[in-house]
Design a protein around this ligand. Structure first.
Ligand code: DAT
Ligand code: MG
Length: 151
């Protein structure tokens, strides 16, 4: 769809390493619109729900513990193909396999410290946005730059 939304989250390692501004800058500079943002320490319950698709895998408990171990920056970004572009910005799950220029490729080494999460489909984006944000926390507005980004 022309104006889809994705859920992007800077994990505790990304916050501690001071990468928040760099990550936001990439989405902002591309032309995408920020419609929701907040900083929080996720509960284990919230972290577990977020990663429910991985329940039962050996890395799941550590993953949930890690996500709830510190502050995260949860965001919703909007724009044309933002789900796919967000995943491209982020890079491969394993930072050592991520191309330079991607967020994980530029800043990460171990898979359990891969800095950032991004929705991987329209379906997961809808579920994740609903899990992390109330509708009233998402801003409805039009960027003045819209006509200079889209033709
Ligand atoms: P992604 O975050 O690229 O969507 P995913 O959904 O497959 O990757 O996994 C979610 C997170 O779980 C991932 O960001 C890091 C962790 N993870 C995935 N595979 C792992 C593995 N083999 N060992 C340890 N952690 C892993
Ligand atoms: Mg995933």
């Amino acid at each position: 769809s022309p104006q889809e939304r994705t859920f992007i989250m800077i994990k505790p390692d990304g916050v501690h390493r001071g990468l928040v501004a760099d990550i936001i800058k990439r989405f902002e500079a591309k032309g995408y619109k920020l419609v929701g943002i907040k900083v929080l320490v996720p509960s284990k319950d919230l972290a577990g729900k977020h990663y429910a698709e991985h329940e039962g895998k050996p890395f799941y408990p550590g993953l949930v513990n890690f996500l709830s171990s510190g502050a995260v920056v949860a965001m919703v970004w909007e724009g044309k193909e933002v789900i796919k572009t967000g995943r491209t910005f982020i890079g491969a799950t394993n930072p050592l396999a991520s191309a330079p220029g991607t967020i994980r490729g530029d800043y990460g080494i171990d898979v359990g410290r891969n800095i950032i999460h991004g929705s991987d489909s329209v379906d997961s984006a809808q579920k994740e946005i609903a899990l992390w944000f109330k509708p009233a926390e998402l801003a409805e507005y039009e960027l003045i730059s819209k006509k200079w980004v889209y033709e």
